[in-house]
Design a protein around this ligand. Structure first.
Ligand SMILES: [Zn+2]
Ligand SMILES: [Zn+2]
Length: 273
């Protein structure tokens, strides 16, 4: 653990101590305020993890932290309004959304489950359609957010979806030789961006365009040349077959664009932000 993680954990646990005192005296409003502070610190902790993991090229781990950041931000939003980039929340929110766009994951496994027993996190009573305890999911009671605890569940099946309830179950292929899971995704676009950003809160933004592959794009190339998309295939077996198809073009806006790298389908632009 680095120095920065230590500070985050410290802040969260110090706030926890104060919150417990508030709860003891039944100061609900104060306890909720402290929950908001803890959640803001937590968001910064998670986003720091995302950034550090991406720098270390631990993509799937970064993806999971990104998902946690998104979920934590949406719980906070019910109780704290994001405006004027207070505590850098708008910045993180946009960065999370943009990073999710440039991640190569598109399909997720989604479990179809029947929850046979659900408990309330506040009063621990069993919840059913006819029997509600009165606590509202997402509300803050005694400085904690109310959620449902699934006590027992039956898995009916697993399906592949584009927009799952949560995005943790990324599909990986199994290596036929080792039998181990293999990461077959290309993270070129993420690496491209990460080379341009040096620090966590440095401004950057993303614009996405759809570009059509045209015959003219290959005018000066021979059919047997290696394709310029870096696939390693010959042009005739690669992008030439895709004429008329559209692909996303990412334009990154960064503060100090370097000219050191180039990725054919993407560009780095300077921003006057
Ligand atoms: Zn309850
Ligand atoms: Zn190609």
């Amino acid at each position: 653990m680095g120095q920065s993680d230590f500070h985050f954990e410290n802040a969260i646990s110090e706030l926890q101590t104060i919150k417990e005192l508030a709860v003891k005296d039944d100061l609900q409003k104060e306890a909720k305020e402290i929950w908001i502070c803890q959640t803001i610190v937590e968001i910064h902790k998670l986003y720091t993890n995302v950034f550090n993991l991406l720098k270390k090229k631990q993509y799937y781990q970064a993806w999971c932290q990104l998902e946690r950041t998104e979920i934590t931000m949406s719980s906070l939003k019910k109780h704290f309004s994001f405006n004027e980039n207070k505590y850098y929340l708008n910045f993180i929110e946009k960065a999370v959304r943009n990073l999710q766009v440039i991640f190569p994951y598109r399909l997720f496994a989604s479990m179809e489950i029947v929850k046979t027993s659900i408990l309330c996190s506040v009063c621990e009573k069993k919840i059913s359609i006819r029997n509600s305890c009165g606590h509202i999911v997402g509300e803050i009671y005694n400085g904690e957010m109310c959620h449902r605890i699934v006590d027992k569940a039956e898995v009916l099946g697993i399906s592949l979806v584009e927009d799952p309830g949560n995005k943790y179950s990324v599909m990986f292929i199994t290596d036929s030789e080792t039998g181990k899971q293999k990461d077959h995704y290309s993270y070129d676009v993420i690496d491209y961006l990460m080379q341009e950003i040096d620090s966590l809160y440095e401004f950057w933004d993303l614009k996405v365009f759809q570009i059509e592959i045209k015959k003219e794009d290959f005018e000066n190339m021979n059919q047997n040349d290696k394709c310029n998309c870096n696939s390693g295939l010959e042009l005739k077996d690669c992008c030439y077959k895709k004429i008329g198809e559209k692909y996303p073009h990412y334009e990154f806006l960064v503060q100090n664009p370097s000219q050191k790298i180039s990725l054919r389908t993407n560009t780095i632009q300077h921003t006057s932000h």
